[in-house]
Design a protein around this ligand. Structure first.
Ligand SMILES: *Cc1c(COP(=O)(O)O)cnc(C)c1O
Length: 429
């Protein structure tokens, strides 16, 4: 590191001891980072080619209002997404509020009363439990007569094929597969693993709709679940594919039939994709998608860098610094409330927005203990931006993700370490 860079880090609050400690880790990860860059190169070309093919042009950036009939930019975005994911069609809308909403639209659009939904990968993401009705909730699928069946993973984290086969019956209509671990302890599935599961399911009943909750997984691998047989892939634009620019939105890509069913649910039966004004957001969604491969690469590097640092300090990290990654989430198990809090405060301190506020644990709705959250994001709640949170209960795990640029992610992680050093929790020899 040259003197000028060292100096600005010092001015920004990072000591030489922390810089040197982290610098060694970064050097040891050089080959890993090179492979991530290579993958982002692949993703970048994939996205640009989809934009070239669909003649993305300045006229597409003009917004529509009201009904949004003939919004060429909106239609172009959807064709680009369909090409990036190699699907027949796509629904990409700023009106989709969040990932949970996108999944709700995909599920409720494709399921009918009397159908059964199957999760062959254990319990779904917390918010989905209310949507399905595992946890009773107003307007859940259960209230509309859609039943749910779940097959848990085997103790070693693999698929329980015999139990999955036994769970599939005449009423099974849709299989939901969550790619990312979310906040569970299981591992995230690779696209290849998801492909094996889908092949098994299609081998039993080729007509079953296989849907993948792709949240946090986009662009982490060169291929997506739709490349290995998924009929439908769903995610949030304030995570990876929005590239940090999309201010809101979600996507559903898949077969023409699945996307049409979802569109009839998002707007109205008979209206579908024809309506929905883009309100001036087309350019931002396209530019965000353009940036998404490199932004996701930055988030991945940040996660691996943090894993390397905290692992060397003796903390349990998952995934560890060596294993392959299939999403951008990193967990660090601190076994100490103080350490968890200082880590989050460090992330906050390094944020471009709200750096001056101090995160405090608070009794967040839906949790049985206090939760601390650190985020200083340009887009509220965006988890492709560097952000961390942790429930204040043993084993005091910090979950963090994001980093729009690698230099910022690196700075945030170094600040978290600096905070732990300054608090006397970590001693760098
Ligand atoms: C983020 C996420 C969701 C949806 O969450 P929202 O907060 O509603 O955007 C669903 N599943 C997984 C695995 C996620 O990571």
């Amino acid at each position: 590191m040259d003197e000028k860079t060292r100096k600005i880090y010092n001015t920004a609050g990072i000591s030489d001891a922390v810089l040197d400690y982290c610098s060694d880790i970064e050097q040891a990860q050089a080959e890993r980072f090179r492979r991530i860059d290579e993958m982002s190169e692949y993703g970048q070309i994939k996205v640009v080619e989809a934009m070239r093919k669909n003649h993305v042009q300045e006229g597409h950036f003009a917004g529509t209002t009201g009904y949004g009939y003939n919004d060429d930019g909106r239609d172009a975005i959807e064709r680009v997404y369909a090409d990036v994911f190699h699907t027949e069609d796509a629904l990409v809308r700023p009106h989709i509020t969040c990932g949970t909403h996108a999944l709700t639209v995909a599920l409720s659009g494709n399921l009918r009363p009397g159908d059964e939904l199957l999760s062959p990968v254990g319990e779904p993401y917390d918010t989905l439990q209310g949507v399905i009705g595992i946890r009773p909730e107003r307007g859940s699928l259960a209230e509309y007569g859609v039943t749910y069946r779940q097959v848990d993973l085997l103790p070693d984290g693999s698929f329980d094929y015999p139990a999955i086969k036994a769970a599939i019956n005449d009423r099974t209509k849709l299989v939901t597969i969550q790619r990312s671990r979310g906040y569970l302890t299981r591992k995230t599935f690779s696209v290849e693993q998801i492909g094996e599961l889908i092949a098994f399911i299609k081998g039993i009943r080729p007509d079953l709709i296989c849907m993948v909750d792709n949240c946090y997984g986009e662009f982490v691998e060169p291929i997506e679940p739709t490349d290995v047989g998924a009929d439908m892939c769903v995610g949030s634009l304030i995570k990876n594919p929005g590239g940090g620019l999309a201010p809101s939105g979600g996507y559903i890509v898949g077969t023409r039939e699945c996307v049409a069913n979802a569109a009839y649910r998002l707007t109205a039966p008979g209206l579908g994709k024809e309506l929905g004004s883009s309100m001036g957001l087309n350019r931002t969604l396209l530019q965000g998608l353009f940036l998404a491969p490199t932004v996701t690469a930055s988030a991945l590097k940040t996660a691996i860098f943090a894993a390397g640092i905290y692992e060397k300090l003796g903390y349990k990290v998952t995934p560890d610094s060596k294993e392959d990654r299939y999403d951008i989430i990193q967990a660090i198990i601190f076994e100490s409330d103080k350490a968890l809090i200082e880590f989050c405060k460090g992330i906050q301190k390094a944020s471009p927005v709200d750096s001056f506020v101090t995160p405090e644990p608070w009794p967040m709705p839906g949790y049985d203990c206090d939760v601390i959250m650190a985020a200083g994001a340009f887009i509220s709640g965006s988890s492709i931006e560097l952000s961390a949170d942790g429930p204040l209960r043993p084993p005091y795990t910090a979950y963090f993700q994001g980093g729009l640029t690698w230099p910022h992610g690196k700075y945030g992680i170094m600040m978290s370490l600096q905070n732990l050093v300054d608090a006397g929790i970590v001693h760098l020899s």
